[in-house]
Design a protein around this ligand. Structure first.
Ligand SMILES: [Zn+2]
Length: 456
């Protein structure tokens, strides 16, 4: 058999999310063509976000741009490209576009025109071409992209790039766990030359999701049965839909209130509850329960002005209520948000529970609480002032993860048999640990920012 020769001039350069998590941006190029994968921002608590380093000068030279999923660390910088000389197309799945559009508008509200303005947003939106899973699209001469379900959030994809015959699989963010919406990532059915993989979890042990769900439900129900409240800070995109699916399937006798941007994300998710976008078990469940949505039950209430003149009044009403209830609300890392209003009422009662359901980044209030701090700064009624709040409620962390385990990565590697593995999107320690574990005869290369890696 003749060994296929890889494209000799093909390189990958990372402009962010190399030895870090956040501000993903990678350019594949061969001297003739250039394709950008992602352009995200890196959010930092109490500081302005960071953009990819050295990327923007490349904007006029790009032939195409691909987005794997909506999270802002992958999508938040994209509109800047059209304000800096890019005229081409952006490819992503349809749900990713719906979610990204909401996140872009939200970004303008939070950070203003620091990175880009409304004009950039509009042009990015107009120049987006949506794709379905498994649809092979030509994004530049002899360069094709195919999106596969990555099991991470709605619409999230691994992207297979056929670069003039060289097969490159970019994982984006992938999850191998069965979650309420997905059966883990989809395994591409072909051999791959180059794997570009996330490494967020390193070799950290991932508790099987069904066990996490069970532990979470037991703690929630125990609190409710004692007549107390459960406050669940939750990421708007992804995790809140997973948590709500678990709650609505199992809890019918207690009210579940949903606050913040989660409600917008639910409305988007409900557009895509078919087998093209989510996996079979959820569809089966909906059929069995004869409902159209896992988020619409008689005990689920969005905190919107529908019931009260203002959401503030609604929150106060819930805060003063004596009955057991659940509130699922942003922010997932306990930063200033509707959560702070709910905490003002619920945090002092030691019978209540605050359930932490996601990763807590360094420097966030959520991380402080996780590390044992029990007096936190919350925003006042007008959001301008802050004051100290004592937390007496029980704080419990549950081991949900949206990223792949090292075993999941090993399985992927043994199926697609890459000749080269490039590691991105992880902190250096996790990458070093993982590098030792993923030995199938190919030693992974850790990408470094602004340094091209030859793919041959
Ligand atoms: Zn993500």
């Amino acid at each position: 058999m003749i060994e296929k020769k890889l494209n000799e001039n093909l390189t990958l350069t990372g402009y962010g999310a190399t030895e870090e998590v956040g501000r993903s941006a990678f350019i594949l190029e061969d001297g003739e063509h250039r394709v950008l994968l992602e352009a995200g921002i890196k959010l930092r608590p109490n500081e302005l976000s960071l953009s990819p380093e050295g990327l923007i000068e490349k904007a006029p030279e790009l032939d195409a741009v691909l987005l794997s999923h909506a999270h802002v660390d992958h999508s938040g910088y994209l509109p800047a490209l059209w304000e800096n000389g890019y005229y081409g197309k952006l490819y992503m799945t349809e749900p990713t576009l719906d979610i990204t559009f909401v996140l872009w508008k939200d970004h303008l509200k939070i950070e203003g025109r620091r990175h880009w303005s409304y004009e950039g947003l509009e042009r990015a939106y107009e120049n987006t071409q949506t794709v379905k899973y498994h649809e092979r699209v030509e994004i530049a001469p002899e360069i094709f992209a195919t999106f596969y379900n990555s099991g991470h959030i709605l619409g999230a994809s691994m992207i297979l790039i056929d670069w003039k015959g060289t097969k490159i699989l970019y994982t984006g963010d992938i999850n191998d766990q069965q979650t309420p919406l997905f059966d883990g990532f989809e395994m591409p059915d072909e051999e791959i030359d180059v794997l570009i993989t996330e490494s967020t979890n390193g070799i950290r042990e991932i508790i099987p999701r069904h066990e996490v769900n069970k532990e979470f439900l037991a703690a929630v129900i125990e609190t409710l049965e004692r007549g107390k409240k459960v406050i669940i800070p939750c990421f708007a995109v992804g995790r809140s839909q997973e948590v709500l699916c678990v709650l609505t399937e199992n809890i019918k006798d207690y009210p579940i209130y949903v606050d913040g941007m989660i409600n917008k994300m639910i409305a988007i998710t409900e557009k895509y509850l078919d087998e093209g976008w989510v996996d079979g078990p959820l569809i089966e469940r909906l059929k069995k329960e004869k409902v159209n949505s896992p988020f619409k039950y008689s005990n689920v209430f969005p905190i919107t002005p529908e019931f009260y003149d203002s959401t503030g009044e609604f929150r106060t009403f819930l805060g003063k209520a004596k009955e057991p209830l659940i509130i699922v609300t942003t922010s997932g890392m306990m930063m200033p948000s509707p959560l702070h209003t709910h905490l003002r009422f619920a945090a002092q009662d030691k019978g209540n529970m605050i359930a932490i359901t996601g990763y807590q980044a360094e420097g966030t209030i959520g991380r402080e609480v996780l590390d044992g701090k029990r007096t936190i700064q919350v925003s006042g009624w007008n959001r301008k002032s802050t004051f100290d709040l004592k937390i007496n409620a029980k704080v419990q962390r549950f081991g949900f993860s949206g990223h792949v385990s090292s075993q999941g990565l090993k399985d992927l590697i043994s199926t697609i048999k890459p000749k080269k593995i490039i590691m991105i999107h992880g902190d250096p320690q996790n990458q070093a640990d993982l590098k030792d574990k993923l030995t199938n005869g190919v030693l992974p290369v850790v990408a470094q920012r602004n340094i091209p890696i030859k793919l041959q």
